[in-house]
Design a protein around this ligand. Structure first.
Ligand code: PLP
Length: 369
């Protein structure tokens, strides 16, 4: 692409851990361990331990984790599920494809669901809450759980962007009935293709999802327990993810260092809002470093023209896409931030010099170079 600082660098990331990845590949290939073998079980155990749940079930995507979690908890036709207006479309599509009706609510300054707007959106048909932990920063889960208990709602966490984040030491994905994970290559724990998982303390949810990912089959008895899906996490991906998971704690520290570097050198710019929030007990893992620039496209275009690859997700909110047939009830915060969002390069393979180049390019835009 020719960017001086790419958004991510998959080749450089591979080189950081090449020996371990190559060894994992050789082991899987030389044993012929392709489907539901030890590497998958090992990764599931390590993931559950990392998140702080009893079970993890490997799946082929974050989308399927959401869809299967909703169905596993009995959510389907006739039910409403509350979901933020600002998120990746899959959070909402999983609700629709599970047969339920999404009810969108606006987000707050931290890009996550505005918890004050949840109760006004609850109706007699509401069955679930689907908070999303965007960019590595968790939604206000103590409040979400309190509302859920009061109204007897199922909570499914879309934690696809927040592996390793926590509130008062309790990890993302360990609060609701199920936590949903994506190992899409550019997530904080990324495989080399699609991948996903759920984490849960509920043995029935774990069992149901582990059957449904394999066409509903109980592998011991051969009995089909429902019309299922083909949605397994491949053994090879599990082996790679297991390697990367070992590095994740150190990599999160590196992300936090980069965020701090951005913060110290960019926080004097009045037209730029940085993703640092003062909330005791919350830990940010910076899957993304998403700033809000008042100048919107002029800002992101300046960065791109000067060789810095940035993402502007999402300029067009998902509910504005006509084919999705969703109701735009007016979401002022989502509207405002969608014009302003810009994610700066944030990954473990970036060098400090590259971060400094991004910083000086931003400062140059504001005439403060
Ligand atoms: C990536 C992502 C998903 C979907 O994950 P896939 O593995 O791509 O299906 C869902 N929700 C959020 C918030 C995500 O970032």
């Amino acid at each position: 692409m020719g960017y001086k600082v790419p958004f991510v660098n998959a080749v450089r990331n591979y080189e950081l851990i090449k020996d371990e990845i190559d060894a994992a590949y050789r082991e899987v290939m030389s044993r012929g361990d392709l489907i539901m073998r030890g590497q998958l079980r090992s990764f599931e155990q390590n993931l559950a331990k990392f998140v702080g749940t009893k079970f993890a079930v490997g799946l082929n995507s974050g989308y399927d984790a959401l869809h299967l979690s909703l169905s596993a908890t009995g959510i389907g036709p006739g039910d409403e599920v509350i979901v933020p207006a600002h998120t990746f479309v899959a959070s909402c599509s999983a609700i629709v494809n599970a047969g339920a009706t999404p009810v969108l609510v606006d987000v707050g300054k931290d890009f996550n669901i505005n918890v004050d707007l949840i109760e006004p959106a609850i109706t007699p048909r509401t069955k679930g809450l689907l908070p999303v932990h965007l960019s590595g920063w968790m939604a206000d889960m103590p409040k979400v759980m309190e509302i859920a208990e009061r109204h007897r709602l199922v909570v499914i966490e879309d934690a696809c962007q927040s592996l390793g984040a926590s509130i008062n030491g309790k990890g993302a994905g360990a609060w609701g009935r199920a936590g949903c994970w994506s190992f899409y290559p550019f997530k904080i724990l990324g495989g080399y293709g699609d991948g996903g998982a759920i984490t849960t303390d509920d043995p029935e949810v774990a069992l149901w999802v582990s059957r449904m990912r394999y066409n509903g089959e109980d592998r011991e008895t051969g009995e089909y327990h429902g019309h299922g899906f083909t949605a397994l996490l491949d053994n090879l991906q599990a082996a790679f993810l297991d390697v990367k998971l070992r590095h994740l704690p150190r990599w999160i520290v590196r992300r936090q260092e980069i965020a701090e570097r951005y913060r110290t050198r960019l926080s004097d710019l009045p037209d730029l809002l940085l993703p640092h929030y003062d909330r005791p007990g919350f830990t940010h893992v910076y899957q993304n470093y998403t700033v809000r620039a008042k100048q919107g496209n002029a800002f992101s275009e300046h960065l791109k023209e000067h060789g810095v690859e940035v993402l502007t997700q999402f300029r067009k909110p998902y509910y504005k896409h006509a084919a999705l047939r969703l109701t735009d009830r007016g979401f002022p915060e989502t509207e405002a931030l969608s014009r302003e969002v810009c994610s700066l390069p944030m990954n473990v393979e970036i060098t400090n010099d590259e971060v400094d180049y991004v910083i000086s390019t931003v400062r140059q835009f504001y005439g403060k170079g």
